[in-house]
Design a protein around this ligand. Structure first.
Ligand code: UD1
Length: 422
C-alpha cells in the first residue's frame, strides 16, 4: 500500500491540466456493451476505476486497449459477451453495476453482484432495479447477485426520483437499458449531472434516440440496434474544484486548464464567497488566495447544486476560515469520515446529525491520517498542503481510484508531496 507524505505550508503556483471525468467514462465503457464492434472514448483519465471497469469488460469478453499517452480507450465488443459481473470486481468499484442495463438490453440476461454498502453510506440500488422491472425484466436476488432476465425489454413510464432526490447511477443505467427496448420510455425525475448528458451524447452517437438532454424528463425511443461510436469525455468538474480549493487553501495562484466553466459555476461561486479570487478564461480559470478565508454555510444538492463530491474538500477549506461554517450533507448519510481525521490535524468540527459545524482555526498541524474514501482522501491532502509540518496520508489507493496522479500534479505546482511505499 502507498501513502502520501506532505510537507505543508507552500503556496501552489503555476498551471495544472484537468483530466476527463471518471464518472462519465465508467458508464460509457459499460454502454459499449450495447453494440458490436470498436468504440473509441477520448480524454480518458488514467485512474484505477477505469482500470477496474476495463477488467470488468474483459471478463465479459470484450477486447479493451487503453492508450495512456493518447488518453484513449478502444473497446471492441465483437464476439461473445458474457453476462456475469463478479463480486471480485464490483466490490472494488460500485459503478460495476453499470453493466446491468446494457447486458439486459443486449443479451437479455445479466448476473451482477450486489454492490453492498461503502464508507459513505448504504447506497442502495432499488431505483436501478425498479427501472429494469418496469422495462419488463424479471429480477431475483440470489446468493448476493442480481439475476435479471427478459425476452425483450419494453418501453414504459418510469419515475426515478428517490428519497434523497435524483440518482445519477439509476438514470444512466435505466436509460442505457431502454435504448434497445420496444417502443418509447419516459424517465421522469432524471438526474441533471453533466456526466449524464455526456453519456446521452455517446448513446445518441451510437444511434439511440434520446430527447430531453439536460432536463429531468428524458424520452427514449427504442431502436433495433446500436452501432459503435466515438466520444470525447467532458473535463472532471470535481478534480477542477479540488485544485481550485488547493489554490485558495495554500494562498497560491494557479491556472486550471481544460475546464467546462458551466459545470463548475456553483463551485466557483462558493469559492468566491469565501474569499477566493477567481478569473475566468477560455476553458480555464485562475484561482488566487487572498490571505484570508471567510466562513460560510453550505448544503450539498444534486446538480446544479453544490456537489456532494466536493463537500469534504470544501470542509477542509472551512477548517482554516475565519468564523463558523455549517456544512450539511443531504445525499449520503455517512459522508463525514474525514471529520475525525481533520480534527486530529487540529480542526474544530462537531457533527450534528447531517450537519457538521466547523469552527475555523488559525492553523492545521501535520500528523498521520487515514484516507477512508475517494473524496475524503482529497480533503486530507488539501489539509496536509495547508498544515504546519508533515502529514502522512495512508491508504491513498482510495484517491488513486478517481484522481489522475494527483501528487505529481500538485508537485508540479510547487507542493511538497510525494508517494512512499508503506
Ligand atoms: C454518483 C457518483 C458519485 C456521486 C453521486 C452523487 C459515479 C460513478 N458516482 O454515484 O461520485 O457522489 O453520483 O452525485 O458516477 N439512491 C437510492 N437508490 C438507488 C440509487 C441511489 O436511494 O437505487 C440514493 C443514494 O443512496 C443517494 C442518492 O440516491 O442518497 C443519490 O445517489 P446516486 O446519484 O445514485 O449516486 P451514484 O450514482 O451511486
Amino acid at each position: 500500500m502507498d501513502k502520501f507524505v506532505i510537507e505543508g505550508g507552500n503556496p501552489l503556483n503555476g498551471e495544472v491540466e484537468i483530466s476527463g471525468a471518471k464518472n462519465a467514462v465508467l458508464p460509457m465503457m459499460a454502454a459499449s456493451l450495447l453494440t458490436e464492434g470498436k468504440s473509441i472514448i477520448r480524454n480518458v483519465p488514467n485512474v484505477q476505476d477505469v482500470m477496474t471497469m476495463k477488467e470488468m469488460l474483459e471478463t465479459l469478453g470484450a477486447d479493451v486497449s487503453f492508450l495512456r499517452e493518447k488518453k484513449q480507450l478502444i473497446i471492441d465488443t465483437t464476439g461473445t459477451i458474457g453476462y456475469e459481473a463478479p463480486y471480485e470486481i464490483v466490490k472494488k468499484m460500485r459503478a460495476g453495476y453499470y453493466v446491468l442495463g446494457p447486458l439486459l438490453a443486449k443479451q437479455h440476461r445479466a448476473r451482477v453482484s450486489l454492490p453492498g454498502g461503502c464508507a459513505i453510506g448504504a447506497r442502495p440500488v432499488d431505483l436501478h432495479l425498479k427501472g429494469m422491472k418496469e422495462l419488463g425484466a424479471e429480477i431475483d436476488i440470489k446468493n448476493g447477485y442480481i439475476e435479471a432476465s427478459c425476452d425483450k425489454l419494453k418501453g414504459d413510464y418510469i419515475y426515478l426520483m428517490g428519497k434523497n432526490g435524483t440518482s445519477v447511477g439509476a438514470t444512466i443505467n435505466v436509460m442505457m437499458a431502454s435504448t434497445l427496448a420496444d417502443g418509447k420510455t419516459v424517465i421522469e425525475g432524471a438526474a441533471l449531472e453533466p456526466e449524464v448528458e455526456n453519456v446521452v451524447q455517446f448513446l445518441n452517437k451510437m444511434g439511440a434516440k434520446i430527447k430531453g438532454i439536460g432536463t429531468q424528463h428524458l424520452e427514449i425511443e427504442g431502436v433495433k440496434e446500436l452501432h459503435p461510436a466515438e466520444i470525447e469525455v467532458i473535463p472532471d468538474r470535481i478534480e477542477a474544484g479540488t485544485f481550485a480549493v488547493a489554490g485558495i487553501i495554500t494562498n497560491g495562484d494557479i491556472t486550471i486548464k481544460n475546464v467546462n466553466l458551466l459545470h463548475i459555476e456553483t463551485i466557483l461561486n462558493k469559492l468566491k464567497e469565501v474569499g477566493g479570487k477567481i478569473s475566468i478564461g477560455d476553458n480555464e480559470i485562475s484561482v488566487r488566495g487572498n490571505g484570508g478565508i471567510i466562513s460560510t454555510d453550505l448544503t450539498v444538492a444534486p446538480y446544479p447544486g453544490f456537489p456532494t463530491d466536493m463537500q469534504a474538500q470544501f470542509m477542509a477549506l472551512m477548517t482554516v476560515a475565519d468564523g463558523i461554517s455549517v456544512i450539511t450533507e443531504t445525499i449520503f448519510e455517512n459522508r463525514f469520515m474525514h471529520v475525525l481525521e481533520l480534527n486530529r490535524m487540529g480542526a474544530d468540527i462537531v457533527i450534528d446529525g447531517s450537519s457538521a459545524v466547523v469552527k475555523g482555526v488559525k492553523n492545521l498541524y501535520g500528523c498521520p491520517v487515514m484516507a477512508s474514501d475517494l473524496r475524503a482522501s482529497a480533503a486530507l491532502v488539501l489539509a496536509g498542503l495547508s498544515a504546519v509540518g508533515k502529514t502522512d496520508v495512508h491508504r491513498v489507493y482510495h484517491i488513486d481510484r478517481g484522481y489522475e496522479k494527483i501528487e505529481e500534479k500538485l508537485e508540479r505546482l510547487g507542493g511538497k508531496i510525494w508517494r512512499e511505499k508503506e
